[in-house]
Structure formats: structure tokens, C-alpha cells
Design a protein around this ligand. Sequence first.
Ligand code: SAM
Length: 278
Amino acid sequence: MKPPSPEHWRGVLKPDSIPTPTPEPHQQTEEWFERWFRNPLYLKLYAHRDRTEAEHCVELILRAVASGPRPAPRHALDLACGPGRHSITLSRHGLRVTAVDLSPTLLGHALAAAANEGVEDHIRFLRSDMRHISFHQEFDLAVQLFTSFGYFDSPADDFLVLERVRAALRPGGHYALDLLNEQHLRASLMNTSTKWVDDLEVVERRQIVDDRVEKIITIHTGTEQMEFHESVRLYSPEAIALMLADAGLVPVQWFGDYHGSAFHPQHSARMLVIARAE
Ligand SMILES: C[S@@+](CC[C@H](N)C(=O)[O-])C[C@H]1O[C@@H](n2cnc3c(N)ncnc32)[C@H](O)[C@@H]1O
């Protein structure tokens, strides 16, 4: 990894001129992430993002943080927990988990899955916008996995999330942030693709607009057509490293997939960074 260059972060946002985050924007108009993740079709389309993948990812993170001098983590925050696949896996590894998400639909699935596996007493589920969490040094580990970062219009809101995560961690605790790898995505983006998911025809149109990847998902049910939008800000490794550091989170390890391959800017599909709270 190259050391982070201040220019990259400055290109995104000047740390000394961070604008005030927009107050409760989701109360004014519905954001794409509220509408899409509330719809049960999200789980159908992303069914391949399953428990097996979550197990690899959690095992990698636990191995990575165990290589440091600190005792094994006991209490984890799963931010943007979705249907709970990482929360449940973390609890199976003996951690207490606080799982936060905005989507009532996905939280409902997470709660049902935890109950089904008999781990519901070890996981506290909370509905909140990630910008509004207010934990204070409760956790030794925070995870934010599978592209759950970069959703907001303003990078100031992304930065606010990092600050909230830093406040939630005990000093020396770890944060695992799992993002798309910008460079690889830009080089490999497929503009349009069509697939069948059971009886649904799904057309996905993607483009990169400035520093965001925009996806329009059109779902044909046979009788109906629905359209959803995804929009994610892409961060270079240098920019995210600097943004993390500005929030008091020092990057210590980088992986390029959930099996522990080293991060490679051109070839890695994922950018999983582990940072330590100062
Ligand atoms: C791509 S999914 C990933 C879910 C989960 N981490 C996983 O790997 O299965 C993104 C998640 O972020 C949640 N989310 C989106 N915006 C959020 C916000 N502002 N605050 C909290 N959660 C949010 C969604 O509801 C969804 O569960």
C-alpha cells in the first residue's frame, strides 16, 4: 500500500471545512437506500450474498484482529447489518453483537434468522440511521460489510459515520470496512446485464458518474415492472485511509477478498480495510 496522500482526501473534502451534515434528509424525501432495502426483492436479488460468504468474511476479520496484542473482541457492532448474516456468525463465534440497520424489512429477517438459530439473546437489534448512532466506547470491534458505506449525497455524512464508529469503539478496538475497489470496478464495469432470478427478469444498468457508481435495477415480474436505484460513492484506498485517520481510525490491514488475499489496486474486487481506534 502506498501511504495515503493528503491530495486524495482533499479532493473529496477538506478536513478543516467539513460542512454540517444535512439534518435527517430521509425525512424530507425518500432516499434510494430506504426504498430499495425496504423491499423484500433486495434479498431475492442478493441471495448469493449468503451465510457461507459471511462466515469467510467474519473468520478473516477475527483472525486479523487476533494477530494484534489485544484480547479477543467480546462485543461487536454490526453497522448496516441487513439480514443479519454477519451478526449471527459473530455471535456463533462467542461475541455479543449489537446490530444496527435502517430497514425494518431486513431487521425483521435478521431477528427471525437469529431466533431460528437460537442466538437471539446474544444479539441486540436496533433500527437507526448509521449517522445517528450514539454509542460511547462500547465495542472492541465494529464491522460495516458488503458495500454499506458511501451512500449519502455528501461525503460529510460518510465522514460523520466514521466519527460515530470511532466514538463507539474502545481505544485499540478495530473497525472492518468492506468497500468496492474503485480502480477494479472502473476497469471492469459491465454497463448492462440481464439475469433471471426465479421468475423475475432483472435488468441492471450501471454507469460511473463522477465518483459514484450508479445502478438502475429494472425488475419484470410478468405482470409488473419495478425500478430501483443504487448509488455508491467510490473511495480510493488513499482517500479512505486518510478519511479514516481523520476520524481517529488508523488503517492497519488491507484485504482484496473475504479469503484474505492481499489487496491489489488493479485486481482485487473488494477493498476490506481493518482500522484501529486510536
Ligand atoms: C448492501 S446491504 C448490506 C447488508 C449486510 N451488511 C450484509 O452484508 O448482508 C446495505 C445495508 O445498509 C443498510 N442501510 C442503508 N442505509 C442505511 C443508513 N442510512 N443507516 C443504517 N443502515 C443503512 C440497508 O438497509 C442494508 O441493510
